[in-house]
Structures are given as structure tokens and as C-alpha cells.
Design a protein around this ligand. Structure first.
Ligand code: ARG
Ligand code: ZN
Length: 465
């Protein structure tokens, strides 16, 4: 970390730490022609790589649960952001049978999750190039710092594929950082009778020699951790909300538990949040209810929220809210995870308020009733303490409380205008806490750094704000 920036952070400017993490790779770039192995994220320093910007992933996967073998080709289209004689992708495990850059064989080495590629010729800054990786083997289940499982999590009949925050390199070569969003094409071949579900729209399905190939396309930029190719025995139902197709896939074990009814609520939830936040961000939607209770969490995979079992009604509201906040408006650094979880949690409160349940203020009050001695207050949401606790309750509840307290402070009119602008200005983009503070001050017509300092950064129960 450059010390000048450290001093600035110590000076206590709100979210200076965020600015620091963003600034690091640019400074490290220098005149080197070697793409950096990470992007300086303070929680996941090696997640993502420097020197290029991915435009599109085309993933062609053949998977057989019997034997747990994945046979795959990834074609990545990227633009060099500096001259490159060498660059990295993130990939864990597998054996690579061929690696080509613009059709030419390229040399490569492996170093942990870094796949280090030396193209035959230097890639000039600004040019677009393709990397084709042919790889095969057993996909990797990644264990997170918080002990949870992600990546390719096998189930009885397939795999529940979820990646937040770092599972993607367990099944495809990626520039695994939310800053590098790209569009995706999936072609997933599985034994006949198995359904494979990718992000976006279903654009093709054909049977051949006892197998079925499912083709899906996500045409909005997507952070690598939001990709999925969940597969297994599923009942798939297609419906629509307005012009948006909704794909609902449910494991037969979960059908009698009312999973399809839970997912059917998505249409109304999408309509509701479209009115509150602005139009639904993507060209498709839906949800997957698998039977993978050992996973223990749901994930807002882009356009296909994923549930490890039949979810409660509030969880569906939460994951749909993430399509706006988290998926369309994405993080720049993982430390700002409250921008995803706090917004989704507040969205649940507000949904209840408008559907005959508790008001968001009542939900705030219930959370605020925790005694000052509770450990809940020692983890401020925008600096929760590290990746092992990045999904702990203060990120959700104190994050939501921050928004509700802001709503009261600046009034409903300014607050809802702020949320709409936050989405409108940052749709398909990347944001930081500092960006939010800036826009809140503008829309609220007041200085709010002390307010945000108290709610987001102080490891104590707020008293005045
Ligand atoms: N973003 C998910 C949610 O909707 C939580 C993901 C938790 N992931 C984990 N590795 N613990 O709240
Ligand atoms: Zn969430």
C-alpha cells in the first residue's frame, strides 16, 4: 500500500480505504508489460487480474455428475488496457490441454489460482484479443474464509453452482473481480433428463446421442461471481412479467414444499421494485430451487436467484432486490459489501411496509433494541473486519438501518429520489461507499459525513446522528 494513501486513510476521511484499494492497481501498473496478478482488493488480493478488461465469456461445458467430470472450453474476449507480454486468469484445478491467444498457442504456468499466460506476441494496449482455454477434470468446491462452500457444489443429481465471493475459478477461467463485468454465453451439455440452467435467456436446447445441450445467454454485463450453470433433475416452468421471461426451475424434492408458489411471487416483487427503484435491470429473470441443504444460503445469481431449499417469502424479496443493488449496481471492492446486503435487507423491510407488515421503521427499532454491549455493534458494516465476517448480520441489518436512518434524516422525497438516481446513474456499473455518500449529500442537501461515519464506520452503537 503506498504510504501517502495510508496517511490519507488514517486522517479519517469516510471511505478513504475504499479509494485506496481502487487506486492501488493503477499505481502498480507503471510501465510494466506484465498484467498484475490481483486488483488490490483488501479482502481478496488475488481476485481478478490487471492489464485487460473482459468483454465476453463463451463457456462450453460438458458435465457428467457420475464421475464428476467437467470437460470444457472457455473463449474469453478481452481488451488490453496496457501493453501485455504476460497476464493472468483465475482458475483452480483442472488440467489444461490447450491454451491459445488469438489462435496461437501460448505458454502458461499455474501458481495457485493464478493461470499465468505468455502470449506468443505482445498484446498492444487497446487491442481486443481472445483467449481459448480447453480444460478438464473435477471442478473445485471452494471453501470461503467464513467456512461456507461455493463454486461447484455437487448435489445428488448435479451441481449447485454459486460463487459469492470467490467460487468462479473453481469451474471457469475468469477475471474474478466484480469490477470486470462482461456478457456471457453458456452451452452446457448434460446427460438427457438433466436440466442445466445458466444466466439470462434460454436460446437453445437440443438432444444428441443421449445428451442434451442447453444454451443460455446473458446480454447485460455481469460480475463473474454471479454466473451459474446449476444442473440436475429440475422441473422448468417459463412465464412472463411484462415482456421479461421468467424461468423457474425446481428440484422435484422441493415441489411439494411449495417452491413454485414462492418463485411465482417474483413477478409481483419485480413489478413492485421496478416502481420504487426504476425499471428491472435485465432482459430475463427467474429462480432456481435446488435441494442442497448443506449449502446453507441463497444467492442472487444474475437473473436466476438460487435457493438451496424452498425459501421463505422474505428471502425471495431479498434476492430480487439484489438484481438492482449488487448485480446491476456492482461493488468495486468487497469491503463495501453493505452496498449489496444492506440495500437488499432494507428492501425487504420496505417491501413489508408496503404489503401490510411492519414498517421499515419498526424493523429498524427492533434491530436498534440490541443492547450497546452486543457484539452486533462492534462490526460496522462498511468495515466489518475481513472476509470471514463479510456476510455477518451487521452488514445486513446495520446496513439496512443506515438506509432507514438516512430516510428519516433527509425525508422520503429526497431518499427515494436518491435510490432511484443511485440505480439510474450506476446501472451496469461499479460503485463505492464514497460514491453513495456523495450522492446522498447532493440529494439530501446536507453534509452527511458525520452521519455516515457513525453508521458505517464506528464500532459502537450509534447514539446521536
Ligand atoms: N449474497 C447472499 C445473500 O443473498 C449471501 C452469500 C453468502 N455467501 C457466502 N459465501 N457465505 O445474502
Ligand atoms: Zn443478500
Amino acid at each position: 500500500m503506498p504510504s501517502v494513501l495510508l496517511r490519507r486513510a488514517a486522517a479519517g476521511a469516510v471511505a478513504a480505504l475504499t479509494a485506496l484499494a481502487v487506486a492501488t492497481p493503477a499505481l502498480a501498473g507503471g510501465g510494466s508489460t506484465i498484467g498484475s496478478p490481483g486488483l488490490g482488493d483488501s479482502y481478496f488480493p488475488l481476485a481478478g487480474n490487471g492489464g485487460y478488461d473482459v468483454r465476453h465469456y463463451s463457456l462450453d461445458l460438458d458435465y457428467n455428475r457420475t464421475g464428476n467430470q467437467l470437460d470444457a472450453t472457455a473463449v474469453i474476449t478481452a481488451r488490453a488496457t496496457q501493453n501485455l507480454t504476460r497476464f493472468d486468469l483465475d482458475l483452480r484445478g483442472f488440467s489444461i490441454s490447450s491454451l491459445r491467444v488469438d489462435g496461437d498457442r501460448a505458454r502458461f504456468t499455474r501458481d495457485g489460482q493464478e493461470l499465468v499466460i505468455t502470449p506468443k506476441r505482445m498484446l498492444r494496449a487497446g487491442r481486443t484479443f481472445t483467449v481459448r482455454v480447453d480444460y478438464a477434470g473435477e471442478p473445485t468446491e471452494v471453501i470461503d474464509p467464513d467456512g461456507s462452500s461455493e463454486g461447484w457444489v455437487t448435489t445428488a443429481d448435479g451441481a449447485f453452482v454459486v460463487n459469492e465471493p470467490q467460487g468462479s475459478p473453481g469451474w471457469y477461467p475468469a477475471n474474478d473481480n466484480p469490477r470486470d463485468k462482461a456478457t456471457y454465453d453458456f452451452s452446457i451439455t448434460v446427460p438427457k433428463g438433466i436440466t442445466a440452467i445458466g444466466n439470462g435467456r434460454l436460446v437453445g436446447k437440443h438432444d444428441h446421442k443421449g445428451k442434451t445441450t442447453w444454451r443460455w445467454r446473458e446480454d447485460s454485463p455481469m460480475a463473474p461471481y454471479l454466473a451459474t450453470v446449476t444442473n440436475g433433475v429440475f422441473e422448468l416452468r417459463v412465464s412472463k412479467v411484462g415482456r421479461i421471461p421468467l424461468y423457474h426451475a425446481v428440484d422435484p424434492v422441493e415441489v411439494p414444499k411449495g417452491a413454485f408458489d414462492r418463485l411465482a411471487a417474483e413477478a409481483e416483487i419485480i413489478t413492485f421494485f421496478s416502481k420504487v427503484y426504476g425499471e428491472y435491470p435485465f432482459s430475463s429473470g427467474g429462480g432456481i430451487v435446488d435441494h442442497a441443504p448443506e449449502v446453507g444460503y441463497a444467492l442472487e445469481s444474475q437473473t436466476k436467484s438460487q435457493y438451496d431449499e424452498t425459501p421463505g417469502a422474505g428471502t425471495v424479496v431479498h434476492e430480487i432486490a439484489h438484481q438492482w443493488f449488487g448485480n446491476s449496481v456492482s461493488l468495486t471492492v468487497w469491503q463495501d459489501i453493505w452496498l449489496n446486503e444492506g440495500f437488499a435487507a432494507w428492501s425487504e423491510w420496505y417491501y413489508d411496509e408496503r404489503h401490510g407488515g411492519d414498517t421499515a421503521q419498526q424493523s429498524f427499532d427492533a434491530s436498534f433494541a440490541r443492547p450497546p454491549t452486543s457484539s452486533f455493534w462492534t462490526r460496522p458494516p462498511a468495515n466489518v473486519g475481513g472476509p470471514a465476517v463479510m456476510f455477518s448480520s451487521p452488514v445486513y441489518d446495520r446496513g439496512a438501518m443506515t438506509l432507514q436512518a438516512l430516510r428519516v434524516k433527509i425525508g422520503d422525497k429526497a431518499f427515494f429520489a436518491l435510490l432511484r438516481d443511485w440505480y439510474a446513474h450506476n446501472r451496469d456499473g461499479n460503485v463505492t461507499t464514497a460514491d453513495f455518500v456523495r450522492l446522498a449529500e447532493k440529494r439530501g442537501h446536507q453534509q452527511l459525513d458525520a452521519f455516515f461515519q457513525t453508521w458505517l464506520y464506528e464500532p459502537a452503537k450509534p447514539t446521536t446522528w
